[in-house]
Structure formats: structure tokens, C-alpha cells
Design a protein. Structure first.
Length: 136
């Protein structure tokens, strides 16, 4: 198989949307945890504690073209920090469909649902379309 050189950039961010009092805060893990730990979200109802993980991946191809993809996972900020798996904001990122935080999830399930996994799988499909599938 012919080898190709390409450049990939991955960036991510965490958005915490608190609609009460028309507040919106983009937070990094430490800021989100600090907000939760200091009670900054105390009294904010569940439906107004929405959050989203976002990961953007860009690939620059040898022909000069660039492709970008975005992966997300939707959730909310938990009422308390729960779980031992993961890192950063996983203990406060609650996924309602699964009834737990990402820190409480089995690592395989978390990877299946994660914003990083979604973005990287989307980029892999683009790369496979351009260069063909890698034989294992």
C-alpha cells in the first residue's frame, strides 16, 4: 500500500450552558469542577444544567485539501461528582440516557459515546475513502 503523509490537528472544549439568569459559561475541566464544588450551580434545575463535550479534528492532505469533522456528546452537569473512571470533568458529566456520569461508565462504552471517539471515527472514514482501508 502506498504511504501518504497527512497532518491531523485535534482540539476539544467543554461547554456548560446554564440558562438560568441567562448565564453561559465555556469551561475547562478545572473551572467546571470548581463551579460544581463551590456550589456555583446550586439551585440550578437539571433541565438548565446542559453540557456538551466537543472535539474537532482537522486533517491536511498531501493534495492541499483540508477536511474537518466534529464529534459531540450531550449531557448535563451532575448534582455531585460521581465515579472513579476517566479524568478531568468525567465525574460531573452526566449522560441521562445511561443514567450515570462518564466516570461511572465502562471504559468501552465511554469510548463508544465520547466526543473524541465520534470525531476520530468520522475522520477515519474520510481517510479510508481517500486512501482505502488499511489491511489488518
Amino acid at each position: 500500500m502506498k504511504k501518504h503523509m497527512l497532518f491531523i490537528i485535534c482540539t476539544e472544549f467543554f461547554l456548560l450552558f446554564v440558562l438560568s439568569d441567562i448565564k453561559c459559561m465555556a469551561a475547562f475541566p478545572e473551572e467546571a469542577q470548581a463551579a460544581e464544588e463551590t456550589g456555583a450551580l446550586e439551585g440550578i434545575p437539571e433541565e438548565e444544567r446542559t453540557a456538551r463535550f466537543v472535539c474537532a479534528v482537522a486533517a491536511a492532505f498531501p493534495d492541499g485539501s483540508v477536511e474537518t469533522v466534529r464529534g459531540t456528546i450531550e449531557g448535563s452537569i451532575a448534582q455531585e461528582m460521581l465515579g472513579e473512571n476517566g479524568f478531568g470533568y468525567d465525574p460531573i458529566f452526566y449522560v441521562p440516557e445511561y443514567g450515570c456520569t462518564t466516570a461511572q461508565m465502562d471504559p468501552d462504552k465511554k469510548n463508544e459515546l465520547s466526543h473524541r471517539g465520534n470525531a476520530l471515527r468520522a475522520m477515519r472514514r474520510i481517510i479510508e475513502e481517500r486512501f482505502g482501508k488499511e489491511e489488518e
